[in-house]
Write a protein that binds this ligand. Structure first.
Ligand code: IVH
Length: 669
């Protein structure tokens, strides 16, 4: 019996891993979402019934339960270097001259890759299992972001072809945020009153450096492997074949890598991407040119900061001139009105731009943008076009400033100014413009994550009178949807399935989805952890809210006011009546052998990786910290401990060895 379960579990895991690989790495799914969800649900159910059979690389273990207090630091065994830049074909030719000279005119070839605009990380696999992930940091020492790395679906938790994998393999590559996810994330953040990320790189870095992996998991990060760090046994004699080996191990490699026989071919490849790159769903700011053979790389060496065998070619930044034909006003989910410039269509960085955000009316006046003006636009992080300059000398005679609206363009209510005087808002809670935006946010990826319920469907549902609030979504029937434009029976069912699945989202997602002013995903997480149930939060006093560490007075006030409002209480009651049951996640254990203790791990242990030791500390109710201070209760020292041991001795902190540690863990709390 137990053997059967074990077998079934292993089969399920293998199946799910295979489908993850097909979907996230090869972009070639074999099954639909429903079938996948069914497999995953079965795995979850079996593991819940047999917790002793859960393995660290099970697909269910991608998201760890608890937030970290801080990141530990990791010293890279092989430093992560940076790269020199070039900006022209001539500079590339000069680079090739240097290579040729140093290689004594031997034959050599290059690999040309896209320079992915994300952040460099190093993944450490031991015996084929992912044991650690670290940021580049200063190249020598980075942050241990393993928990966050484990949420990235295209990163395998264990490598394929287990037998044929080196004992130690450090894979280096770029974590990035796909452009579509970035645009979506920023739109959601703007609506939640959170600052937007300037570009996908900052968004990826910000998401990877969150202390709560559960939030990282909502950020849809992706990964491409492009180099090897420490390795016990080289995968191949050159870079090109190493990348091929990466693929067979299940690691994602950018499909656009190219081998080039000489610098002319390199230049041609670089040129060919200067426009084509805008069709990709990720940002590149240039190309990377690498000498292929490792023995030749060794001859070329490094300059300390950067290797001599590789160089970046950067694309020029792009701007364009166009004319503001008119200025329109959009209504956001909390009623904020935003001016948008309608532009004469113009090509910029690979897309046709017709609109640009003007942010708010103050900003519009500061730039002094008027209908009829010729303006210079640029893409912020090459994505959202912005007006950066107004050509005042070319302003047509009689061009008048655009007046801040006095009425809502959707429902015609009189507008009000907010306290700070920056925003103008529509105060009508029944405004259909606001309703559409609220629904879009509710269904969005960071919130209830209702697949296939996008802007155009919401538009039809609201305009057709089918949906007048969140709870109406849960009352939709197949016939309602099938009657809509371009909606086949199957897609109607998919939408309904997505809505059904959202009924049991974690509490924090539900809280985020309500669209309470100032409450984004992270604060929702804090609230859910603190209160544990919707009921408890709903009845919290203002003092109770203000007493929470990460909740400021403005947010506390906003949350308190939200739940006092009869209209909001009715919305929640209706959702519950419609079957929505937000799930509280398990609270942090406050008991355990190490309850309340802060432990620092240093040196290498025999029975644990660093990550496993820290997890064990947390599972026993303790806190794993990266640095020794007076507050440290124990320092767990393994072989070759670093300066942390000295510090512990200086401060008189108790030092324990691995055997004592294991004894402590085995003790009952
Ligand atoms: S190779 C010695 N390949 O660019 C350099 N880096 O400016 C080893 N990057 O820190 C890195 N795409 O974050 C390499 N295809 C690619 C890359 C790439 C992006 C980043 C990486 C690095 C930075 C240097």
């Amino acid at each position: 019996m137990a053997g059967d379960v074990r077998k079934r579990l292993e089969r399920l895991r293998q199946e799910i891993r295979r489908h993850d690989h097909l979907y996230y790495v090869l972009n070639a799914p074999e099954i639909g979402d429903q079938e996948y969800d069914a497999l995953f649900a079965e795995l979850l159910r079996l593991e819940a019934a047999h917790p002793e059979l859960v393995t660290a690389d099970s697909p269910t273990q991608r998201v760890s339960g608890r937030p970290l207090d801080e990141f530990a630091t990791v010293r890279h065994a092989v430093p992560m270097l940076s790269m020199d830049n070039t900006y022209s074909a001539e500079e590339l030719q000069a680079f090739d001259e240097r290579v040729r000279k140093q290689l004594d005119r031997a034959d050599y070839d290059y690999v040309v890759e896209l320079k992915i605009d994300g952040l460099a990380i190093s993944l450490r696999y031991e015996e084929g299992m992912l044991v650690a992930g670290a940021t580049r940091g200063d190249g020598e020492v980075g942050d241990d972001v393993t928990a966050n790395i484990r949420t990235i679906k295209s990163i395998p938790l264990s490598l394929l072809n287990g037998d044929d994998v080196p004992r130690v393999l450090e894979v280096r590559g770029e974590v990035y945020m796909p452009t579509r996810s970035f645009v979506e994330l920023n739109r959601m953040r703007a609506e939640a009153g959170e600052p937007a990320f300037a570009n996908p790189r900052n968004a990826a870095a910000g998401s990877l450096k969150l202390l709560d992996a559960r939030v990282t998991a909502t950020r849809n990060l992706a990964f491409f492997a492009y180099a090897v760090g420490e390795v016990s046994q080289p995968l191949a004699a050159d870079h090109y074949h190493t990348l091929q080996r990466f693929r067979t191990l299940g690691l994602p490699v950018d499909p656009h890598i190219r081998r080039a026989k000489d610098i002319d071919e390199v230049i041609e490849v670089c040129r060919s991407w200067s426009e084509k790159r805008f069709e990709l769903d990720y940002q590149t700011d240039g190309m990377v040119v690498k000498v292929n053979r490792y023995d030749q790389r060794d001859i070329l060496g490094t300059t300390g900061r950067a290797p001599r065998w590789c160089i970046a070619y950067k694309f020029p930044a792009e701007r364009a001139e166009t004319v503001v034909e008119s200025i329109a006003v959009q209504v956001g989910k909390s009623g904020i009105l935003t001016p948008v410039a309608n532009l004469t269509a113009v090509r910029l960085s690979g897309t046709t731009v017709r609109r640009a955000s003007l942010h708010n009316f103050d900003e519009m006046r500061r730039l002094d943008v008027r209908p009829g003006d010729t303006v210079v636009i640029e893409k912020a992080g090459e994505i959202i076009p912005q007006v950066v300059e107004v050509k005042k000398q070319r302003r047509p005679k009689g061009a008048r400033p655009f007046e801040t609206p006095k009425k809502c363009p959707v429902c015609d209510s009189d507008v009000v100014k907010d306290e700070a005087g920056v925003y103008v808002r529509c105060p009508n809670p029944d405004c259909s413009g606001q309703l559409k935006e609220r629904l879009r946010y509710f269904a969005g990826r960071g919130q209830m994550d209702i697949e296939r319920l996008g802007a155009s469907l919401i538009e039809q549902l609201v305009d057709g009178g089918l949906v007048d609030g969140f709870a109406d979504l849960y009352r939709l029937q197949k016939e309602d949807l099938a009657a809509l434009d371009r909606m086949a029976d199957k897609s109607a069912q998919n939408v309904l399935d997505g809505i059904e699945a959202s009924k049991r989202r974690p509490l924090w997602r539900f809280l985020a989805a309500l669209g309470i002013r100032h409450v984004g995903g992270q604060s929702a997480q804090v609230l859910a952890d603190h209160f544990g149930s919707l009921e408890a939060l709903r009845n919290a006093s203002l003092e109770e809210l203000e007493a929470i560490d990460q909740i400021g007075p403005v947010m506390a006030e906003s949350i308190h006011a939200y739940f006092r409002e009869p209209r909001h209480r009715a919305i929640i009651a209706e959702l519950v009546a419609a079957g929505v049951r937000p799930q509280a996640e398990a609270a942090k254990p406050r008991t355990g052998a190490l309850a309340g203790k802060t432990v620092v791990v240093t040196g290498s242990l025999e029975h644990f990786t660093r990550q496993q030791a820290e997890q064990a500390i947390k599972d026993a109710g303790g806190k794993a910290s990266g640095s020794v201070s007076k507050k440290t209760d124990f320092v767990l020292a393994g072989a070759e401990p670093g300066s942390k041991l000295d510090k512990a001795r200086q401060l008189g902190v108790t030092v324990i060895d691995e055997r004592q540690f294991m004894k402590m863990l085995s003790r009952e709390a």
